[in-house]
Design a protein around this ligand. Structure first.
Ligand SMILES: NC(=O)c1ccc[n+]([C@@H]2O[C@H](COP(=O)([O-])OP(=O)(O)OC[C@H]3O[C@@H](n4cnc5c(N)ncnc54)[C@H](OP(=O)(O)O)[C@@H]3O)[C@@H](O)[C@H]2O)c1
Length: 247
């Protein structure tokens, strides 16, 4: 795989920002489109990168994704690799719920808006850039193993688990539609592995180091996975190591 155009969303986040830098160093000729809300931070991120474009749009709104696609269309017809990394543990910044009584209507809805809906708005926006005949463009959407219904043996974390389980259904459904719509690449849900970022740091304090990754390690792992993707992976839920996870 030698992508010429790469789009990374959540580019100011822990994993997203490392992905931008790692992709630029792995494929120095590739143009990197970095999407996030804060333009100033994006520009700082791309300052030393050779082919970088900051796209300051909020993908949690359909209008944000649409406006991003209009600007993108002036730059390129195709995108070879998309990695979507937006995500929150709880939409209102509360701690993940330990029991049912902690589930809050507004926090649950906001978590879905960010974790689940942003992928749908992004999917709508990028579909035309993935429709082609001679090469494929792959899409990796960061989900989480705790969003697996089959793997849920601990309970808790209602908003996060539910929003990622719904995200997984959205990914599977988009993957089927994309394949029917002349998008030859793979669209997959990916568990990045537990990674020490602002997102997770409060919950992994007592974890053994060997079960944790730095965002730099995770970015390298995800790009390695991107290189392994084949059209046959379309619609799968993958661990960062390439193994398949249960839905
Ligand atoms: N870290 C882990 O251990 C772990 C494990 C499993 C799955 N994941 C998944 O991996 C992805 C990336 O996680 P991370 O560790 O890199 O998290 P992070 O450092 O907290 O980054 C999260 C990203 O989400 C964006 N975001 C948060 N709230 C938003 C909102 N209201 N509107 C728009 N964007 C918003 C942030 O944008 P701003 O920079 O603009 O705030 C940031 O880019 C997430 O989908 C997460 O569920 C992470």
């Amino acid at each position: 795989m030698n992508p010429k155009t790469i789009l990374i969303s959540g580019a100011n986040g822990g994993i997203g920002s490392c992905l931008v830098r790692a992709a630029s160093s792995r494929w120095p000729e590739a143009k990197i489109f970095a999407v996030a809300r804060d333009e100033r931070k994006l520009i700082a991120l791309g300052r030393d990168l050779p082919h970088f474009m900051a796209l300051a749009y909020d993908l949690t709104h359909p209008q944000g994704a649409k406006a991003m696609a209009e600007v993108l269309a002036a730059e390129t017809d195709t995108i070879d690799l998309v990695i979507h990394t937006l995500g929150v543990l709880n939409g209102l910044g509360q701690r993940p719920e330990k029991s049912l009584k902690e589930v809050d209507e507004k926090a649950l809805a906001e978590t879905f808006r960010i974790n689940t809906m942003s992928a749908i708005w992004l999917g709508q926006a990028i579909k035309p850039f993935l429709q082609r005949k001679n090469s494929w463009g792959h899409v990796m959407i960061l989900s989480a193993k705790v969003g697996s219904i089959g793997d849920n043996e601990l309970g808790g974390w209602y908003s996060y688990r539910m929003s990622k389980a719904a995200l997984n259904m959205g990914i599977k459904t988009m993957a089927l539609e994309f394949r029917r719509s002349n998008c030859p690449g793979a669209l997959v849900a990916v568990h990045p592995g537990t990674t020490v970022t602002d997102f997770s740091k409060d919950y992994v304090k007592n974890w053994p180091a060997e079960r944790l990754a730095t965002p730099e390690m995770t970015a390298e792992r995800l790009l390695k996975l991107a290189e392994m993707l084949e059209p046959e992976h379309n619609g799968k839920f993958l661990h960062w190591d390439g193994s398949e996870l249960p839905w």
